[in-house]
Design a protein around this ligand. Structure first.
Ligand code: RTP
Ligand code: MG
Length: 135
Protein backbone atom coordinates (compact mmCIF):
# COMPACT_ATOMS: atom_id res chain seq x y z
CA UNK A 1 0.00 0.00 0.00
CA UNK A 2 1.44 3.31 -1.07
CA UNK A 3 1.69 6.52 0.89
CA UNK A 4 -1.43 8.63 0.30
CA UNK A 5 -2.56 12.16 1.07
CA UNK A 6 -6.08 13.19 2.02
CA UNK A 7 -7.84 16.49 2.73
CA UNK A 8 -9.18 16.90 6.25
CA UNK A 9 -11.26 19.75 7.68
CA UNK A 10 -11.95 20.30 11.35
CA UNK A 11 -15.38 21.93 11.03
CA UNK A 12 -16.69 25.06 12.86
CA UNK A 13 -18.50 23.07 15.59
CA UNK A 14 -15.34 21.24 16.65
CA UNK A 15 -13.23 24.41 16.53
CA UNK A 16 -15.86 26.15 18.72
CA UNK A 17 -15.78 23.21 21.17
CA UNK A 18 -12.03 23.68 21.58
CA UNK A 19 -11.16 20.13 20.53
CA UNK A 20 -8.72 20.82 17.67
CA UNK A 21 -5.91 19.31 19.73
CA UNK A 22 -7.84 16.18 20.69
CA UNK A 23 -8.77 15.56 17.06
CA UNK A 24 -5.22 16.12 15.79
CA UNK A 25 -3.95 13.70 18.45
CA UNK A 26 -6.20 10.97 17.03
CA UNK A 27 -4.76 11.47 13.56
CA UNK A 28 -1.19 11.49 14.87
CA UNK A 29 -1.68 8.43 17.09
CA UNK A 30 -3.07 6.55 14.06
CA UNK A 31 0.11 7.32 12.11
CA UNK A 32 -1.17 10.18 9.94
CA UNK A 33 1.20 13.10 9.52
CA UNK A 34 -0.06 16.68 9.17
CA UNK A 35 1.89 17.93 6.14
CA UNK A 36 -0.03 21.17 5.45
CA UNK A 37 -2.40 23.17 7.63
CA UNK A 38 -4.28 26.44 7.59
CA UNK A 39 -6.92 27.95 9.85
CA UNK A 40 -9.45 30.16 8.06
CA UNK A 41 -13.08 31.14 7.79
CA UNK A 42 -14.45 29.89 4.46
CA UNK A 43 -16.27 32.36 2.22
CA UNK A 44 -19.66 31.36 0.82
CA UNK A 45 -18.06 30.90 -2.60
CA UNK A 46 -15.29 28.68 -1.20
CA UNK A 47 -17.75 26.46 0.67
CA UNK A 48 -20.10 26.23 -2.33
CA UNK A 49 -17.21 25.29 -4.61
CA UNK A 50 -15.84 22.75 -2.19
CA UNK A 51 -19.20 20.97 -1.83
CA UNK A 52 -20.28 21.53 -5.48
CA UNK A 53 -21.10 17.81 -5.86
CA UNK A 54 -23.96 18.35 -3.36
CA UNK A 55 -25.41 21.53 -4.88
CA UNK A 56 -28.72 19.93 -5.91
CA UNK A 57 -29.23 18.27 -2.50
CA UNK A 58 -31.86 19.70 -0.10
CA UNK A 59 -29.27 20.22 2.66
CA UNK A 60 -26.86 22.25 0.48
CA UNK A 61 -27.81 25.74 1.75
CA UNK A 62 -27.63 24.60 5.39
CA UNK A 63 -24.29 22.89 4.74
CA UNK A 64 -22.78 26.05 3.23
CA UNK A 65 -24.21 28.22 6.04
CA UNK A 66 -22.73 25.89 8.64
CA UNK A 67 -19.32 25.60 6.99
CA UNK A 68 -19.00 29.41 6.83
CA UNK A 69 -20.26 29.98 10.40
CA UNK A 70 -16.81 30.15 11.99
CA UNK A 71 -13.16 29.25 11.55
CA UNK A 72 -12.13 25.80 10.32
CA UNK A 73 -8.82 23.96 10.14
CA UNK A 74 -8.05 22.80 6.59
CA UNK A 75 -5.22 20.30 6.40
CA UNK A 76 -3.50 17.58 4.43
CA UNK A 77 -2.89 14.27 6.19
CA UNK A 78 -0.31 11.82 4.86
CA UNK A 79 0.20 8.15 5.63
CA UNK A 80 -0.32 4.59 4.48
CA UNK A 81 -3.87 4.21 3.19
CA UNK A 82 -4.60 7.77 4.41
CA UNK A 83 -7.94 8.24 2.61
CA UNK A 84 -9.67 5.20 4.12
CA UNK A 85 -7.83 5.44 7.42
CA UNK A 86 -9.07 9.00 7.89
CA UNK A 87 -12.65 7.97 7.00
CA UNK A 88 -12.43 5.14 9.55
CA UNK A 89 -11.16 7.49 12.26
CA UNK A 90 -13.98 9.97 11.45
CA UNK A 91 -16.89 7.50 11.61
CA UNK A 92 -20.27 7.69 9.88
CA UNK A 93 -21.68 11.02 8.62
CA UNK A 94 -24.50 10.86 11.17
CA UNK A 95 -22.92 10.73 14.65
CA UNK A 96 -25.83 8.57 15.85
CA UNK A 97 -24.58 5.88 13.47
CA UNK A 98 -20.88 6.43 14.11
CA UNK A 99 -18.96 3.58 15.75
CA UNK A 100 -17.60 3.88 19.26
CA UNK A 101 -14.20 5.52 19.45
CA UNK A 102 -14.64 7.52 16.23
CA UNK A 103 -14.21 11.30 16.07
CA UNK A 104 -17.83 11.91 15.06
CA UNK A 105 -19.18 9.65 17.79
CA UNK A 106 -17.17 11.55 20.40
CA UNK A 107 -17.29 15.16 19.12
CA UNK A 108 -20.15 15.60 16.63
CA UNK A 109 -23.56 16.80 17.73
CA UNK A 110 -25.67 16.27 14.58
CA UNK A 111 -25.49 15.22 10.92
CA UNK A 112 -24.83 18.88 10.08
CA UNK A 113 -22.45 19.77 12.90
CA UNK A 114 -20.38 16.62 12.46
CA UNK A 115 -16.93 17.82 13.50
CA UNK A 116 -14.78 16.75 10.55
CA UNK A 117 -14.59 16.31 6.80
CA UNK A 118 -12.43 13.79 5.01
CA UNK A 119 -11.96 13.09 1.30
CA UNK A 120 -13.99 10.04 0.24
CA UNK A 121 -11.62 8.71 -2.48
CA UNK A 122 -8.14 9.24 -3.88
CA UNK A 123 -9.67 11.25 -6.75
CA UNK A 124 -11.58 13.49 -4.30
CA UNK A 125 -8.43 13.90 -2.22
CA UNK A 126 -6.43 15.12 -5.23
CA UNK A 127 -9.17 17.58 -6.22
CA UNK A 128 -9.75 18.85 -2.65
CA UNK A 129 -6.04 19.27 -1.85
CA UNK A 130 -5.59 21.26 -5.06
CA UNK A 131 -8.69 23.32 -4.20
CA UNK A 132 -7.20 24.60 -0.94
CA UNK A 133 -3.46 24.22 -1.37
CA UNK A 134 -2.92 24.54 -5.12
CA UNK A 135 -1.98 21.93 -7.67
P1 RTP B 1 -17.97 15.21 4.52
O1 RTP B 1 -18.04 15.33 3.00
O2 RTP B 1 -18.26 16.50 5.22
O3 RTP B 1 -16.68 14.57 4.95
O4 RTP B 1 -19.09 14.19 5.01
P2 RTP B 1 -19.47 12.79 4.38
O5 RTP B 1 -18.60 12.48 3.20
O6 RTP B 1 -19.52 11.83 5.50
O7 RTP B 1 -20.94 13.08 3.88
P3 RTP B 1 -21.46 13.68 2.48
O8 RTP B 1 -22.49 12.75 1.96
O9 RTP B 1 -20.31 14.04 1.59
O10 RTP B 1 -22.20 15.01 2.94
C1 RTP B 1 -21.48 16.20 3.18
C2 RTP B 1 -21.99 16.86 4.43
O11 RTP B 1 -23.32 17.30 4.20
C3 RTP B 1 -24.07 17.16 5.39
N1 RTP B 1 -25.21 16.28 5.17
N2 RTP B 1 -26.38 16.54 5.63
N3 RTP B 1 -29.13 16.42 6.31
C4 RTP B 1 -28.58 15.45 5.58
O12 RTP B 1 -29.21 14.48 5.19
C5 RTP B 1 -27.17 15.54 5.27
N4 RTP B 1 -26.49 14.67 4.55
C6 RTP B 1 -25.22 15.15 4.49
C7 RTP B 1 -23.17 16.57 6.45
O13 RTP B 1 -22.69 17.60 7.27
C8 RTP B 1 -22.05 15.93 5.64
O14 RTP B 1 -20.87 15.89 6.39
MG1 MG C 1 -18.29 13.81 1.60
Amino acid sequence: MALQRTLSIIKPDAVAKNVIGEIETRFEKAGLKIVALQMKTLSKEEAEGFYAEHKERPFFADLVAFMTSGPVVVQVLEGENAVLLNRDLMGATNPKEAAEGTIRRDFASSIDANAVHGSDSEASAAREIAYFFGG
